[in-house]
Write a protein that binds this ligand. Sequence first.
Ligand code: ZN
Ligand code: ZN
Length: 240
Amino acid sequence: MLDKVFDSLLALAYPQACQICENPVENLADGVACQSCWTKTNIFSGTETLCQKCGAFLQTKSSNFQTYCHRCDGHFYDSVCAVGIYEYALSASVLHLKREPFVAKRLRGLFLSGFQKSDFQNATLIIPVPLSKKRLLERGFNQAAVAAKILANQTKIKLDEQSLARSIDTPMHRAGMDGKARMMSVENAFEVKRPKFIKNEKILLVDDVFTSGATVSNCAKVLKENGASEVYVYTLARTL
Ligand SMILES: [Zn+2]
Ligand SMILES: [Zn+2]
C-alpha cells in the first residue's frame, strides 16, 4: 500500500517516460504518450475518406461520393466510428487501458469530440462490449465499460452493462487469424439477457479498439435479433 502511494508521488515529481519513444511525458493530460507521439498519431478530422459503414481508412482526402470497403458487407452493425488509427499514442493508450481502468484527459476529450462529430447523436442506449465473467475476474474491470462510462456521463445517454453478456470465453485474437477465423471464434459468444431493455433502442456499442469487426458484428447480430433498431459502434481506435 505504502509502496503504491510512494509510486504515485514519484510519478508526480518525475514525469514518466513516453511508452513509445521514452522521452518524458510533460503534460499529465497526455497520459502514457508524449506530445510529439500524439502529434504523429492519425486522429480522424472528418476530412478523410472512410468506409461509410465500418469506418475503414481509405484515403486522406475526402471524396464526394459514398465509399465502402466491402470487407464489412456481411457485418451486422449499421455504422462504425473511431477516434483515430490504432498507432503511436492511441495504441499505447489502449494498451494501458487494458492494464489500468484509466483514460487520460487528452483522449477523453478526443473521445467526446469524436462522438459529437459523429452521426450517433440519436443513440438511446450505450452498451460496452462485455467481457466473459472469467476475463472480468482476471482483469478486475472491463476496459470497454470504462470508455462507455465516459460517454454516458457526458452525454446523459443511458448506460446498460447488464443486457448484453459474453457467454463463451473466446481465445484472444491472434495476429495470424484472418477475418473468417476471427468471425468464427466469436460466433455465438454473446447473448442478450434482458431483451425488453433493448427493444427498439438505437444502441451505441462501445469498445476500446476495432480490428476485424468480428466481435462488434456478433454483438450487433444478437442485439438486432432481440429487437434493437440500430447498432452503432464507437471505439477509441481502429486498425488500418
Ligand atoms: Zn513519445
Ligand atoms: Zn467497411
